[in-house]
Design a protein around this ligand. Structure first.
Ligand code: 6GU
Length: 225
């Protein structure tokens, strides 16, 4: 999968994909992330990419021209399955959406800043608008990083047995059960006996019950959707 990210602050995306699982995904050739500095594509003086909004009001808007120039260039080089705009007024991102995006080939993600991007880019280029939660970030970069991570780890071959996505919270519509490691007795706080029983059937039943309990307590909406 190839993901092209359009941003005015590429520095914000220097680190997130260069460690741990995202790094391994890229080293294995399963994920290819490219960031593009929008200021390099503007036809305006002083690398201007935003301007006052028509109709008045506080806050700048990202101009259509630089975005269209870069989008046209990318779309001439290859075909894209989705042009995603990350924005607080998009559809709420969840595991189901991550699963769906992991089946695509090439994606573009546009990060907004200021008051957002000119509506005409949303109408004529963008195919999917995503928010990562009901709160406001200063820009779309951290949201883009969240989406790339959630999607990238689902690509076949990225995770191994130790990091398998199959037992993640949400993957089966339930929260994950509690986990423990050595020592079995830490400050007198003991690991549940069943996990030390050596009986995989019992362990499986216990984990499923804990998942149900945890989901019912913390996220009842997940079970009754
Ligand atoms: Cl995608 N962008 C911004 N700026 N804020 C957000 C968001 C995105 N998702 C939630 N808050």
């Amino acid at each position: 999968m190839r993901i092209d990210i359009i941003t005015v602050v590429p520095e914000l995306l220097d680190s997130p994909f260069n460690h741990s699982i995202m790094k391994r995904a890229q080293n294995k050739g399963l994920l290819d992330v490219h960031t593009h500095n929008l200021r390099h594509y503007t036809p305006y003086k002083q690398a201007q990419v935003d301007d006052y909004q028509f109709g008045g009001g506080a806050g700048m808007v990202m101009m259509p021209e630089p975005l269209a120039i870069l989008l046209d260039k990318l779309m001439a080089e290859r075909t894209y399955d989705e042009v995603i705009y990350v924005t607080p007024d998009g559809s709420l991102f969840d595991q189901k959406m991550a699963n769906g995006l992991s089946l695509k080939g090439n994606l573009i993600i546009i990060c907004g800043h200021y008051k957002g991007i000119d509506e005409r880019i949303r109408q004529h280029f963008v195919t999917k608008e995503i928010s990562i939660g009901d709160y406001v970030l200063s820009g779309g970069e951290l949201a883009a990083a969240v989406i790339v991570d959630a999607v990238g780890r689902l690509l076949p071959g990225v995770l191994n047995d130790e990091t398998s996505a199959l037992t993640d919270s949400f993957q089966d519509g339930l929260l994950a059960p509690p986990v423990y490691t050595r020592p079995a007795d830490f400050r007198g706080w003991k690991v549940p006996d069943v996990l030390l029983s050596g009986d995989p059937k019992k362990v499986e039943v216990w984990r499923y019950e804990e998942s149900l309990k945890r989901t019912e307590e913390r996220r009842p909406g997940l079970m009754h959707d």
